[in-house]
Design a protein around this ligand. Structure first.
Ligand SMILES: Cc1ncc(COP(=O)(O)O)c(C=O)c1O
Length: 394
């Protein structure tokens, strides 16, 4: 099954989805329109005329459809890290008698850093507890205020059972924050059915929003009027243009806004989200599972004995839209692959990660990628000094 290649980049045969999705074909014209017509001609009038001020909630409502959230439960603002800070603070305030933020040792570092930083800011009255992934359920106890997890692990691609963990956490009196960085636009997510409390996600990966694209934040409707977040910027005020010095939170999700929205960055994100909505997450998921299975089968068949070990689940249902492999020379091998046009990511200490963005990765690309990898291994083409020198961005 090949979906319309809306996103295919002319420069690279295999643009990656994990760390930066490809450029949507519609994005350059849309950005040009925003720059030349909306900004160039309307100037400040764009805030009303072009709907800039309500862009976060309008785009949020589109993203909501991709993650099973309701209208008014999502806004596109800030970054994952900043949104996590808001959510952890809001969640801790809802559980004043509990002291623990629980996460797993495989979580993305920024999630851990943000929780740690907030705990320090709050005077170290709380503690951050890290346990192994398979120990999470048992570790939730009557001191757990917040369980904070990344739904699809950024290294292994392992998918948590969102509904089950949410159910157990809530049964034990805790709240759950889900990081959907590797889920939104990649795997089906149903926050409403899972009874989720809070979530964050980013725009630049599988939503193809471009470098530095805004993130999004989800707060379940039932928490809207009972939570507050500490980044009380003027645009989260009930009436920002009253310029009142006393802060009054806006209603609903809107008080999770803080500052002026990045209009130029929101335009390409909307293009990416529109493509995902048109393609449909079920079709995307079906294709991505087949692509992942094919990749693993070809690795078994063509690269057996070359030192690769799967770092992702073999079962497609347990895996996000990526495959990953350990290899002791993983960094150099990934650099050699990138030079040959197979764009993946290296994740320390030894993981090669391939985002299977089904909107534009074809079955033939998987065959080509594995054949190129085989050539690199057979010829030891990765064994060059320039491939071993670590860049600051991997
Ligand atoms: C799981 C996860 N969370 C958070 C981030 C970083 O988010 P941001 O840069 O928007 O703060 C990443 C970046 O790759 C990620 O993979």
């Amino acid at each position: 099954m090949l979906l319309t290649p809306h996103c295919r980049s002319p420069a690279s045969p295999w643009p990656d989805g994990n760390s930066l999705g490809a450029l949507p074909r519609s994005a350059p014209a849309r950005v040009q329109e925003v720059v030349e017509r909306e900004w160039g001609e309307h100037l400040i009038g764009g805030w009303r005329k072009d709907g800039w001020m309500t862009y976060p909630e309008r785009l949020g409502n589109k993203i909501a459809k991709l993650i099973g959230a309701g209208a008014g439960e999502v806004i596109a603002v800030d970054t994952i890290s900043i949104n996590l800070f808001k959510l952890i603070a809001a969640a801790l305030a809802l559980k004043p008698t509990r002291r623990t933020v629980l996460t797993d040792t495989g979580n993305f570092p920024t999630d851990v850093y943000m929780a740690d930083g907030l705990i320090q800011l709050l005077g170290c009255r709380h503690r951050l507890r890290l346990v192994e992934e398979d120990e999470i359920e048992a570790a939730i106890d009557d001191d757990t205020a917040v369980v904070m997890l990344t739904h699809v692990n950024y290294r292994s691609g392992r998918v948590y059972d969102m509904a089950e963990i949410t159910r157990i956490a809530q049964m034990k009196g805790a709240l759950v924050i889900w990081d959907l960085a590797h889920s939104a636009g990649a795997v089906p997510v149903d926050l409403t059915r899972a009874g989720a409390d809070f979530a964050v996600g980013c725009g630049y990966k599988y939503l193809n929003g471009g470098p530095g694209s805004p993130a999004f934040v989800y707060v379940a409707l039932r928490h809207h009027d009972r939570t507050s977040q500490p980044l009380t910027g003027w645009l989260g005020h009930a009436d920002p243009f009253a310029f009142d010095l006393a802060y009054r939170p806006a209603a609903g999700i809107l008080h999770y806004k803080c500052s002026t929205p990045s209009i130029l960055a929101m335009a390409p994100l909307e293009c990416g989200v529109d493509i995902m909505l048109e393609a449909g997450i079920k079709r995307l998921r079906a294709k991505s599972m087949v692509l992942g299975d094919l990749f693993i089968q070809l690795m078994d068949a063509r690269l057996d004995g070359q030192g690769f070990r799967p770092a992702c689940p073999r079962r497609a249902e347990a895996r996000g839209s990526q495959v990953s492999f350990h290899h002791q020379d993983g960094y150099a091998i990934m650099q050699a692959l990138i030079e040959r046009g197979v764009v993946g990511d290296f994740r320390a200490p030894d993981i090669l990660r391939f985002g299977l963005t089904p909107a534009y990765v074809r079955h033939v690309d998987i065959w080509d990628a594995v054949e190129i990898l085989k050539e690199i291994m057979d010829s030891r083409a990765y064994d060059r000094a320039e491939f071993k020198e670590r860049a600051s961005v991997t």
